[in-house]
Design a protein around this ligand. Sequence first.
Ligand code: C5P
Length: 427
Amino acid sequence: MHAGHFARRISHDGRSGSSLPGVAEILMGVTGGIAAYKSLDVLRILQRHGHGVSVVMTHTAERFVGSASFAALSGREVGTHLFGDSEQPGYHHLDVNDGKDLMLVAPASANTISQMASGSATSLLTSCYLAFRGPVVVAPAMNTSMWLHPATARNINMLRADGVHLVDPESGLLADGAVGPGRLAEPTAIVDAVEAVLAGGSAGRDLAGTTVLISAGGTREPIDAVRYVGNRSSGRMGWALAAAARDRGADVVVVQANVDLPREAGIRYVDAPTAAAMRDACRAEFPGCDMLIMCAAVADYRPIDAASGKLDKSRADALTVQMERTTDILAELSALREDQVLVGFAAEHGPEGLERARGKRQRKSVDIVVHNDAAVEGAAFEGADNIITIIGPGESEQALPRMSKRQCAERILDAATPLVEALPSGA
Ligand code: C5P
């Protein structure tokens, strides 16, 4: 996106932030973490795009990168103290609304995120956050355990509910040697997010006014009262799609089977643990949706007669479970579809899988099929990343490199959203 496309935000007193057309005044908060050095890159890119940047830092951030570096690059005084003194004149947090278009916090530590979520104002940075009336973009960075902790998930949900724009961390090698989610998003991705928000959110909210139905997780088909036939789907891909669609402005309904992940604000969840329950829930929700993304791993077979009690193993050395086919929900809904966009998944095993996925798209008559190879380590179930090929719409086919499930979700929505916009209803 070009800086010249920015819709100007007029501040509460009627003055726009920057006096130049097309550029913004940004207040950038930097918190403590090894990723703080990457904020220098973020600052540099923002400046290259013509934006003015003023920096406030927490005391912990100063232990990683000196304020002098930010002062030298921004050409402005850096705020670090809540109360100025003769050494450090301070940046008055009540000045934040004076001509600032957007506040960015990158990297945002678990601690600062928690303070922001609870409305505590013990640092200059969090005081600025509370006093600021414009849009806020937050790019978290922390180790995987902290990122996955339920307290952090809760705080992130609160920030989202408060209207903060999140730039989700990436998965990869972290400073502590662990591999997992928590690494600060790339500086270019952070700047893209900032500019999408500055642009009035039109580019970022291309699904506004639409309803997206997503199935997620893996069904479990009972053998008896305690045993089931299931699969390894974690629900992460469906969760990532739901968050991405919500952030792009859609009303999102997730029909979920056995997903043990934190639920997010702004998404409606319907529980459907078996193939039959998922079919019922999808059929009930389908008429109200503009786009269906069938991401769940739905059982193809289920035991014909599940025992009502627990099967007694002392009665026989071998057990034969008779299975019957389940209904293919996607194919069934495809036959019922009106002005709706349909996206299916195909988790295939091995090199011929791509061809099978192409065939599935034709057979089930859906717009897009997302293929992933379940035989490749980290390419389908359970992991934070995926390696996908987006088959369709039309003749197009995109084989993408390994990337986080959130990034995959964005690419899938990039492919599917123009189809929704082209629906006769103009959804
Ligand atoms: O044919 P296959 O099961 O591989 O197709 C996968 C796609 O079909 C996925 O989108 C999955 O969610 C969907 N599916 C379905 N109902 C089933 C089995 C799979 O909707 N019973």
